[in-house]
Write a protein that binds this ligand. Structure first.
Ligand code: PLP
Length: 442
């Protein structure tokens, strides 16, 4: 609580602003994940790898817009491209050349993509991918993994965070709506499997034979810290989906263009039937995409399954996307962030060991997270049983008070190292961790 008191002292203007904002905006934030006690700090502006709050505190940022900031803030190339696009207009109903350019950039990265459509968010991307898969197979049911997050449309808000004791047998998770307002009838169309368990998954497919049309998976669970797939798991899922006639969707909103240029599909060498993307593809603008084979995607051309949207594929976001993917996220950029990821991992590990803290670092390339447990977490149940939210809160405030945002608030997240971070930034981060290590070891 001393750490929280210190936080309050440093952020009085944020506290006042939060009180005022809460009168107009539920919880005072635009997305509920941004709310935490006592209150979030309010940002004045961003600059490279820094955020500055309304009290003039400067933070070295690894939250990076909840993983959307692989290019970092205000990247000069993206900022220049967006200035140019502002002069040329931000929204046309008629198509423009950037559509093909942007699609080509994505297709270079995922061989599963023969055609793509653009959306405004990851939520819209997963919603449409699921619709395409259901239309293509003529089957209504969706299979998803217990504890995963795929956005906020009703179909995926099932068993994202089922409470302890209410989630059924680990091999046969119950379906639990994430909050009210999601019709029981919708919940009934969803089946839930545990992550990293091919046997349980096949049982569920067998019991719902010819009913499941779509299977959506986050190939590395990046909404449960960093929980990677076990060896051969993703390949096994692809084989099962082929056998049972199910469209496999990799939700690469977080993993895509991050764990490798072509996302988890490239990193693990498994191409799904469909891919959903958002966040870091957009160079800090709000763009998503979904895609797959011609046969699946041409359902849209044939008016068989629909995809519409006023803002879809507007030139402003596609200009940022093309600049990010073509000019910023180069091979050198990946080498840079992956090297810094290793530096961060070994830095955290050394301090953990020297200070006698129970903990480890889980990572896939540059994506990583400190977990204050010895357990080797492989799925949602193990995550819930082993992660101590209070301890993570202590770590987070301890770092933030020293001007470092180690990751988005909460134990379920991970750091994002952007192309603009440097070795010196990582050194500074590890120094800050060293400073609070004695408190964490107590
Ligand atoms: N899918 C995954 C794996 C995500 O992590 C998120 C957001 O965090 C989404 C989908 C939803 O994306 P958006 O917030 O752009 O709607």
């Amino acid at each position: 609580e001393n750490l929280v008191a210190e936080y309050r002292e440093r952020t009085p203007t944020s506290e006042t602003l939060h009180e005022e904002t809460r009168e107009h905006i539920p919880s005072g934030v635009a997305s509920t994940s941004r709310q935490f006690d006592p209150y979030p700090f309010y940002i004045d502006h961003s600059d490279g790898v820094y955020l500055e709050d309304v009290d003039g505190n400067r933070y070295l940022d690894y939250d990076m817009n909840n993983g959307a900031g692989l290019c970092g803030h205000t990247h000069p190339k993206i900022t220049a491209a967006l200035h140019d696009q502002l002069d040329e207009g931000t929204l046309y109903t008629m198509p423009h050349g950037l559509l093909a350019e942007a699609a080509t950039e994505l297709k270079k990265r995922w061989s599963a993509l023969e055609k793509v459509r653009f959306t405004n968010s990851g939520t819209e991307a997963t919603m449409h991918a699921i619709r395409m898969a259901r239309a293509y197979t003529g089957r209504d049911k969706l299979l998803k993994i217990e504890g995963t997050y795929h956005g906020v449309h009703d179909y995926v808000m099932v068993s994202g965070t089922p409470p302890k004791g209410k989630a059924g047998h680990p091999n046969r998770p119950m379906k639990v709506a994430d909050g009210h307002g999601i019709p029981d009838k919708t919940v009934e169309t969803v089946e839930i499997a545990p992550f990293n368990d091919l046997e349980a998954t096949e049982d569920i497919m067998r019991d719902n034979i010819n009913e499941i049309g779509a299977f959506i998976v986050e190939p590395v669970m990046l909404n449960k810290s960093v929980t990677p797939p076990q060896q051969d798991y993703l390949e096994g899922l692809k084989d099962l989906c082929d056998e049972y006639g199910i469209v496999l969707i990799f939700d690469e909103v977080k993993t895509g263009v991050k764990v490798a240029p072509g996302g988890a599909a490239e990193y693990y060498g498994v191409q799904p039937d469909m891919v959903t993307m958002a966040k870091s593809i957009g160079g800090e603008t709000s763009v998503g995409a979904f895609g797959g084979s011609d046969a699946i995607m041409d359902q849209i051309s044939n008016d068989y399954a629909w995809h519409y949207g006023t803002y879809n594929g507007n030139p402003f976001v596609l200009r940022a996307l093309v600049t990010a993917l073509r000019d910023v996220l180069t091979d050198d950029a990946y080498q840079h962030v992956n090297k810094l990821g290793e530096q961060m991992k070994s830095g955290y590990e050394d301090v953990i060991e020297d200070a006698g803290i129970t903990g480890q670092v889980r990572n896939v390339n540059s994506q990583g997270m400190v977990q204050f447990t010895d357990a080797n977490i492989t799925n949602y149940r193990e995550f819930m049983a082993n992660i101590n939210d209070d301890f993570h809160r202590l770590f987070w405030f301890g770092m933030v008070n020293q001007g470092i945002i180690p990751h988005p608030y909460g134990a379920r997240q991970q750091w994002t190292i952007s192309v603009q971070h440097t070795e010196e930034h990582v050194d500074e981060t590890i120094e800050a961790f060293k400073n609070i290590a004695p408190t964490l070891a107590d």
